[in-house]
Ligand binder design. Structure first.
Ligand SMILES: Cc1ncc(COP(=O)(O)O)c(C=O)c1O
Length: 458
């Protein structure tokens, strides 16, 4: 392939100049050389017409596949009927219908929806809602948690790398270890808490699953102490984990639920923060307070109608059940093929969010030094290296954003068994080349050398 044609591509030059030069340089470190120009279903095509299998689905946003025909056809019809897209002077009818659908699906008392445009905004809304409803300030979150990059959600971001540059952030946000219900109990006893905010699975921290009963225990503790339990299902929601919402298999309904990504079908920016009528009323339920939170495009007709269609398609196609069945098959096949590889620490997942954690087994003596080197290499480049090698085998995927030694596999929920097996075979074949350190160091070194000679060009 000619990466020269990608490098000189006028839009890459524009992106480098006007959007994010550092990202272009980073892509050049190992050699990227592609521009994705078209996508449909589980497939994407680059600027030279090569086809790729999409095993990332825009971090779980394109759950129905890329540009899903039933959705785009519906969207075209929405554009044709002159609906008022932004209504601020009266009730938004399409927002009302979407909120009603969400209430029916979410269960419990989750009856009222606040709409925004991104996942981070849904968490921002949840933080404000919790403070306003309880009259308290403290918010407890877990180390490793990822909730968005605005100053609000950043204050509950469990990763120093993302947060530190922007300190001081919103005060009285308290970090506890993930999967430690005792630590949450202590934080709830120490001060009056507005909310505990967790993801049901910490995907960006490396697809970390909750311990059995952990989330339900946190819900019970929150209830006892008058705090709200906010569950961030921005990435797990709408079928990915094998049920419509991940909390369904945990046996409870949260006080506040945040949704995003897949809600817009990968086509429109929309997110939602669901709460009970009581909680919402306590926060915003008077003429003085009804407009304390909002954004111009929230609840716009086009996004809400698109999201309603997404909800209908997810149910009609029984995508949660499909995610459960194909996810189990994926996990078994991955474990069979690479589970015993010397540089694979763990293979885990739930539904169609899976992870291959890379690194060496802890050793003693001389082996300790070696395993230390493998670990460092894994954290810095191995996951990215594997992703680049997969790209060269026409498969798109990425490591977890906060844990580069964890390769995340997150296809559309419409993925087929054959596509899953193709991915497992490709990962197995690449890892088979690296059962020892030397070939890995050699290959990464050679690639870095080649890229350095070209000035790490894209
Ligand atoms: C669990 C979770 N919450 C919130 C967000 C933020 O969503 P957005 O990028 O749409 O702001 C993300 C993004 O990855 C996420 O995974």
């Amino acid at each position: 392939m000619s990466d020269a044609s990608a490098r000189q591509h006028p839009q890459v030059v524009l992106f480098d100049r006007h959007v994010n030069p550092a990202f272009v340089r980073l892509l050049g470190t190992l050699g990227y050389g592609r521009i994705f120009t078209r996508a449909r279903g589980t497939r994407m095509w680059d600027h030279e017409g090569r086809e790729y299998l999409d095993m990332l689905s825009a971090f779980g946003s394109t759950s129905l596949g890329n540009n899903p025909e039933e959705l785009t056809t519906a969207m075209k019809s929405f554009l044709d009927d002159d609906a008022v897209n932004l209504v601020h002077i009266g009730p938004q009818v399409h927002a009302a219908e979407l909120a009603s659908d969400l209430a029916a699906l979410a269960g419990g008392d989750l009856e009222v929806s606040m709409f925004s445009n991104s996942g981070g905004e849904a968490l921002e809304a949840a933080m404000k809602l919790a403070r306003a409803a309880t009259g308290r300030t403290r918010i407890v979150y877990a180390k490793g948690g990822f909730h968005g990059s605005g100053l609000g959600p950043l204050s509950i971001m469990g990763s120093g790398r993302m947060r530190d540059v922007f300190e001081p952030l919103v005060p009285d946000c308290v970090e506890v270890p993930w999967n430690d219900a005792g630590a949450i109990d202590t934080a709830l006893r120490e001060g009056k808490c507005a909310a505990v905010i967790l993801e049901p699975i910490q995907i960006e921290a490396g697809v970390l699953l909750p311990k059995e009963g952990y989330l339900a225990e946190v819900q019970a503790m929150c209830k006892k102490r008058g705090a709200l339990f906010v569950l961030d299902e921005v990435q797990t929601g709408l079928g990915r984990t094998g049920s419509l919402f991940a909390y369904e298999r945990e046996g409870f309904v949260p006080d506040v639920l945040a949704l995003g990504k897949a809600l817009g079908g990968g086509m429109v920016p929309i997110s939602a923060t669901l709460a009970s009528r009581d909680v919402w009323n306590r926060a915003f339920g008077t003429a003085e307070k009804f407009d304390l939170h909002g954004t111009t495009y929230s609840g716009n007709a086009f996004a809400c109608r698109t999201a309603r269609t997404v909800l209908r398609l997810v149910q009609e196609k029984e995508l949660p059940r499909r995610a459960e069945q194909l996810g189990a098959l994926f996990l078994d096949a991955l474990r069979d093929r690479v589970g015993k590889h010397p540089f694979v620490r763990d293979v885990r997942g739930r539904g169609l969010i899976l992870a291959v954690e890379l690194g060496a087994e802890p050793r003693t003596g001389v082996g300790k030094l070696l395993s230390g080197v493998v670990d460092t290499l894994s954290r810095k480049v191995f996951g990215q290296w594997l992703a680049v090698r997969l790209l060269e085998k026409n498969i798109v995927c990425q490591p977890a954003s906060q844990q580069w030694n964890v390769l995340r596999l997150e296809p559309a929920l419409t993925v087929t068994e054959a596509e899953i097996i193709r991915t497992v075979e490709a990962i197995g074949d690449i890892l088979a080349e690296y059962t020892e350190m030397v070939p890995l160091l050699r290959d990464v070194g050679q690639r870095l050398g080649k890229q350095a000679l070209s000035g790490f060009s894209f």
